[in-house]
Structures are given as C-alpha cells and as structure tokens.
Design a protein around this ligand. Sequence first.
Ligand SMILES: [Zn+2]
Length: 281
Amino acid sequence: MYKNLIDLFKENEGKGAVGAFNLHCFEMLPSMIHAAEELDVPIIIQTSLGTAEYIGFEPLIAAVKALAEKSSVSVALHMDHCKDVEALKKAIDLGYSSVMYDGSALPIEENIKNTKEVVAYAHEHGVSVEGEIGSIGGAEEGVVVEKDAAMYTKPEDALHYVDETHVDALAVSIGTTHGQFKSKAKINYELLTELKSKLGDVGLVLHGGTGVSDEDMKRCVREGMKKINVGTELNKNYIEVVSRTFTADDVTPLTSLRNLLGPANDRIKEIVKEKASLFRL
Ligand SMILES: [Zn+2]
C-alpha cells in the first residue's frame, strides 16, 4: 500500500522506528521493498532531488507506486532534504507521498515561513512534511553542509518551529553527521530526552544513521525516534560490490549486466533487513 508518513507512524506506533532508505539508483528499489516485505515492516523510500531528476520524477513515482500497491507492506516515497519550495510542490503534484523541506541553514523565522508554505500545500494534497531545525552537517550525495554550521537543535527553537509550522516529522541534530562511515557518532541523549518531552507527537527523525552504532541505534529507538535515515551505507556498499563484480577476470562485453548488478542489489536487501530489524522495539 502506498502511504504517507503520518499513516506509517500510526501503523508503527509502539513498534519502533520506521527505516527511511535513500534510493541512489533505480536498480536498488525492488530489493528495498522486498526486504521490508520479508520483515513485514513499513518502509520509507527516500530520494534526493538529484536522484528524482536523474531517474525522472514520473518513472520513479510510477515504479514505487506499482510496487507499493501490490505489496503486503506500507510504502512511502519521501523527498529528502530539499531547499527548493517549487521543486517540492512539483514532487507533491506528481505523487510523492511525503516531503522534507530543509530550511535549516536559514534564519529561523524564514525557515518557519517557507515550511508553513510547504505544509499548507502538502496537507491539502494528503502529503506529509518533515522539517529541520538545527543543522546536522556533513556531506550526502555531494551536498555538503559546512561543518562549522552544524549545531545541536535547541529545544525552545524546535518547539516554536513545530507549533508554528505543524510539520509531521522533525529532523533533529543530536550529534550525528551525514556521510559518516569511518567512525561512530556521540549521541546527546539528554537533548533527545528533552526534545521528546517538549515536542510530544511530532515524529523525531535521526539523520546520518550510517554513523550510529547498533547499540546507540537501539537506544535512540527506545527513546522515541520515529524515523531513521540510512543513506551512506547503501551507497558505500553498492560501490564496493559493483567494483568487485565489474572488474572480475571473467567479465567480457557480453557478460549480462544483470549478473554484475544482482549481487549489489542483494547486498542492499541485506542492509535494509539488518537496519530495519535494529529499528524494531
Ligand atoms: Zn539528512
């Protein structure tokens, strides 16, 4: 079934966090959904604006919807970190079920103003919205957030932002970094507890999930994270597997590409299953 985040959060209430996995290319898509089906958990497929443009909005949305509609699990298609309000309106018009407006680099009142515009448009179309306050930092899919700009979410700002904008989900900065894969993040649990108690129902979102240890991941879920993003891990593993298969000695120009991409897709399925299991309570 094709759903938005609000539906997924409701369905998943008391069961843990919903995994949001960044789709980097079309080939990964069926593996991600099959992984969710094997675990019988809802899944969020998310893309950057760059990936949506690379695949094409229409074929991407049509494929996710087709797979979702015949699936036993709930699937959302979410636009990750988008700073462009008009691009988000296009995504909503064409059929994304959820979007993230990222105005975290703007002064808070400007972030609020733009987020409100996105929320009004999205909610009118049955689409959920994630916002961001504080700056998570790091680099993802070539989009770099200056390290100096990364800062913890201030609980009073977050409360003001949520009250004003009525976002359904909120990306918070509690110590994780985008694109982190060499080391593990140090999570500020005190801040997470404070955000959770102040913000009530809004779905807190953990970005930079690749840089979080399994133990911390489980604790973040227990402490109330509702959506956890995994992007870098998928990209990194896809590269590792195809680097091996494409350069094997027996590869010729007549070797089927399917045989070279298949193992990478299988690896994606394993990672999604592994992570989604960790997100269960
Ligand atoms: Zn992010």
